[in-house]
Design a binder for this molecule. Structure first.
Ligand SMILES: Nc1ncnc2c1ncn2[C@@H]1O[C@H](COP(=O)(O)OP(=O)(O)O)[C@@H](O)[C@H]1O
Ligand SMILES: [Mg+2]
Length: 288
């Protein structure tokens, strides 16, 4: 199962026309974990809503599993297999309690109340919210980061084949980001497709291999993260920043002539350092 976007053109037509996409095409294969990035206002949220059928293209087609996602009939057919966590979680929280919000739409699927309670508790735990503390609270009296986590729990509880998330790390502390990272990796390891929009390139480079960069109405880059900045390539500089650790390692590399190239995560750095003889000798000698 895959999602294919073919020559999608999209404008917002309110008082004036806001041109967003001229003609974009891409394929999201089953089981991928894709990071989508670009400048503020480049169209990332619009892209996710087009992929998930919340917005209809002006021209072009969105194809899911060989069916065109362009009418209400098809949309209801695919709704169950697609989950979208909006950039603004207020858009999708409406019940009086966190429990009721997450349980919404699950009642038909679980055999009894006890089962439903367990499912909701697990969903809350997975996003790092202790159920005993949060289940009975109003979603509207939570911090924005907590609301984002509740919205995520409310979507993941349906176990969608395609999970789309819009800026899931906003408002979260390091621990919260780590929880989301673990959750998304776990969902992806179960064979589900995960597409994450984020301006937090460090986060995307930690969890994704494929990166899509959106800018000026086009897809500016669609490929492996390891090929994005090869040989100091700064072509995407206008649309995306390099991860902080990459910038730091390039600077150390230039200054001290230590080969620290293509370092995108702390893990990459640790692996690279073990390959450098100075560090190897120190660790063997026990001196530093
Ligand atoms: N509902 C809307 N009506 C009119 N213009 C919109 C609407 N939503 C977004 N836009 C405009 O469309 C462009 C893309 O927005 P968006 O997809 O939200 O970008 P991003 O998520 O990358 O910040 C921006 O110029 C934004 O101002
Ligand atoms: Mg956005």
């Amino acid at each position: 199962m895959k999602i294919v976007l073919e020559n999608i053109c999209f404008n917002y037509e309110t008082d004036s026309i806001v041109k967003v996409f001229e003609s974009i095409s891409c394929t999201i294969e089953q089981g991928e974990l894709i990071g989508i990035t670009g400048k503020t206002g480049s169209g990332k949220s619009t892209f996710l809503q087009l992929c998930t059928g919340f917005l209809a293209p002006l021209s072009g087609t969105v194809i899911i599993n060989d069916s065109v996602l362009n009418n209400a009939k098809n949309w209801s057919k695919f709704r169950k297999c697609i989950g979208l966590v909006f950039q603004f979680p207020e858009k999708q929280l409406f019940e009086e309690t966190v429990y009721a919000d997450i349980a919404f739409g699950m009642k038909q699927r679980s055999d009894n109340g006890e089962d439903l309670e367990r499912i909701v508790s697990e969903a809350l735990e997975n996003v790092g919210l202790p159920p005993e503390e949060f289940a009975g609270r109003s979603p509207f009296q939570l911090s924005s980061g907590e609301r984002r986590k509740v919205a995520l729990a409310g979507v993941t509880v349906h176990d969608p084949d395609f999970l789309f998330l819009d800026e899931p790390t906003i408002g979260l502390d390091k621990r919260g980001i780590d929880d989301i990272e673990k959750l998304l990796k776990g969902i992806n390891q179960k064979g589900k497709t995960v597409c994450v929009v984020s301006h937090n390139i460090d986060f995307l480079f930690r969890i994704c291999e494929r990166i899509i960069v959106i800018g000026e109405g086009k897809i500016q880059y669609d490929g492996l993260k390891k090929n994005m900045f090869v040989n100091g390539d700064d072509r995407y500089g206008g649309h995306v920043e390099k991860p902080e650790i990459t910038v730091l390692c390039e600077s150390i590399s230039r200054r001290y002539n230590i080969p620290l190239n293509e370092i995108y995560t702390i893990e990459d750095l640790v692996q690279s350092l073990t390959g450098i003889s100075l560090f190897q000798r120190n660790s063997v000698d026990g001196s530093s």
